[in-house]
Design a protein around this ligand. Structure first.
Ligand SMILES: [Zn+2]
Length: 133
């Protein structure tokens, strides 16, 4: 079939240890935002996150977090970024979507529990997220 479209079921799988590291990093940064680079693998729409990198020269405040992308080495294992929203909303802001990096953007809202993490694509659509123990 020429017109058959192959549609991948997208999902994000987050390693439990990585989740714990993200949550404690965000708690430490509170009331400012925290930002980290996600490392992992992507295959057939499935993004496996198994590591973190602290971005060089990152700047954060109560309502923003970022880093100059030009300082990043080209690394295929960088699948996205995670940042926190101390305000308690997990929705990506216009700035977040404008600064989208990689394949997925995780947002952790206050109070930084296991249920406070949400995954988004570059259009601001939610991606199902599951935790791997
Ligand atoms: Zn944000």
């Amino acid at each position: 079939m020429l017109f058959k479209k192959k549609k991948f079921e997208r999902k994000v799988i987050l390693n439990k240890e990585v989740l714990d590291s993200i949550l404690s990093y965000c708690q430490m940064k509170h009331p400012n935002e925290g930002i980290l680079i996600l490392k992992g693998k992507s295959k057939n729409g499935e993004i496996n996150i198994d590591g973190l990198v602290i971005p060089p020269f990152n700047y954060t405040g109560p309502t923003f977090a970022g880093f100059p992308h030009s300082f990043l080495p080209f690394d295929m294992s960088y699948v996205g970024i995670v940042h926190s929203h101390p305000s308690g909303s997990a929705e990506p802001s216009v700035t977040d979507l404008h600064n989208f990096f990689g394949l997925v953007s995780l947002i952790v809202k206050s109070p930084y529990s296991d249920e406070s993490v949400f995954a988004w694509d570059s259009s601001g659509n939610a991606i199902p997220l599951s935790i791997k123990q």
